[in-house]
Design a protein around this ligand. Sequence first.
Ligand code: NAD
Length: 349
Amino acid sequence: MKILITGGAGFIGSAVVRRAIADGHDVVNLDALTYSANLENVAGVARDPRYAFEQADVCDAARIAEIFARHRPDAVMHLAAESHNDRAIEGPLDFVRANVMGTAILLEAARAHWNGLPDARKAAFRFHHVSTDEVFGALGEDGDFTEQTPYDPNSPYSASKAGADHLVRAWGRTYGLPVVLTNCSNNYGPYQFPEKLIPTVITRALEGKTIPVYGDGRQVRDWLHVDDHAEALLLVLGKGRLGETYCIGGDASKRNLEVVQLLCAHLDKYAPANTSHAEKISFVTDRPGHDFRYSIDAAKLERELGWRPRMPLEAGLEDTVRWYVENSDWVQRIRERGFHSERLGLVQA
Ligand code: NAD
């Protein structure tokens, strides 16, 4: 199958591109190459004859229509988005533009393309929207998010993703576009831009800098290795029921501070310093509107499609630390582009 993957130069998108090529699919990687994109993430497949790259903004309707007409994909996996909560606090309109308008424009282009397909290809076509569990808001000490959890987003990022989810369902119900959706918990693994928690901790520690922990570090996240996510996404694309939503999670909830301490222990092993890396932990002002806890119940995905995460969290964190230690040149090139994992997203009075 030929899959148009948006955001395929980003962290999760590139894992999906690599996996899709390995599974024997043709891939068109459509990405605007914003600050978080990195074509090095897909260098291993770039010469594959089944791989094509298109630099394009999902908000550019004419260009997106032209890409659909030229490549005539069998499916779309939509991952392109502004993805970082702290940046959304500083520039919310960029998130509304890329995540809400961009999704609407992509849906319209997909609909025009789908309408023109012959019957068999039309019936098999899928538009898969890749979303986050953050659309459900925050949990207290107990409970899990499921596909039935009402939407209650708290941040400009999660609200923009919620808006996109609603648009995708509306295009399914109104126009009959064959859609599937997934809402996933926090991802980690190689090639993650060093602005999110785990790569920020690792890369700053390797540079001998302080390790920032927001608030008291008691927030709980359910961590999933990016390769497990990529596998789940391709499974849902191929076998998920039409119009359905699937929650995807790692069944691996941990407090942020515990994750940071585990990372420090692995860093002590793979990149020993004079003192334990944990001594560099510094508690900093919390993110405004920081959700307390996310936790996913992925039972529907397991029941219907037999998926379970493979990578245990502790082994995945160790692998990730090792990857960043061994790929310091990948981080160095990001530093040379001017990004130094500085703090963003503190609301100014
Ligand atoms: P990322 O920031 O690493 O990658 C996003 C990619 O989208 C980048 O390559 C960027 O260039 C591209 N992009 C941004 N705006 C674009 C536009 N207007 N047109 C075309 N391309 C554009 O993000 P990520 O962490 O890989 O997240 C990918 C998707 O998965 C997002 O939709 C995000 O909401 C979702 N998601 C992320 C997580 C997570 O933990 N990171 C969890 C659940 C869902």
